[in-house]
Design a binder for this molecule. Sequence first.
Ligand code: FES
Length: 178
Amino acid sequence: MSSEEETSQTSSSPSSPPPSCSSPPPASHFIGKKEDIVKAGRVTKLVNGCRDVLVLHHQGRLHAMDMRCYHSGGALQNGDIEEFNGQMCIVCPWHKYKITLAEGEGLYQAVDDPTAKPLRTYWRSKGVKQRIHKVTEVNGDVYVTLNDSSEAVDSDVYQTERYRTVLLKAQPKPKPKN
Ligand code: FES
């Protein structure tokens, strides 16, 4: 690979080999320098004037997803990253929902037999709940291409203009720390 060619990393397909490219893909949006994102760990950005996106760097990979949690709009940029059932997840700081970084699936623990002692739990997926976007790195610059699939994803609810202009402003502001 020449110095002109950097790898692209896509959070939605971690197992497939990243394609090489020397220019950002069409319809991509510049997020920042990779070194700054790696240093910060995570950044948020309003992309294309319409979508709040969280871009994070974890274990050498870049991921991008809708910034607000599909459950109730929690601020995922403040969530911890942990592994559940072999999948890396962001844990929403509001109600601890687990969302896979790769696919945006909501994971939960199910109990097959509530009368069994001790209780045995199993990890299950609710399916894709958080919209995941494509991340591309070109020569140290990081770009996001919005996932414009017409299939509705639960996190879309918190990306509407109405939510941004009306509902978000009505939320209580966090108290400043002393
Ligand atoms: S808002 Fe994220 S778990 Fe409730």
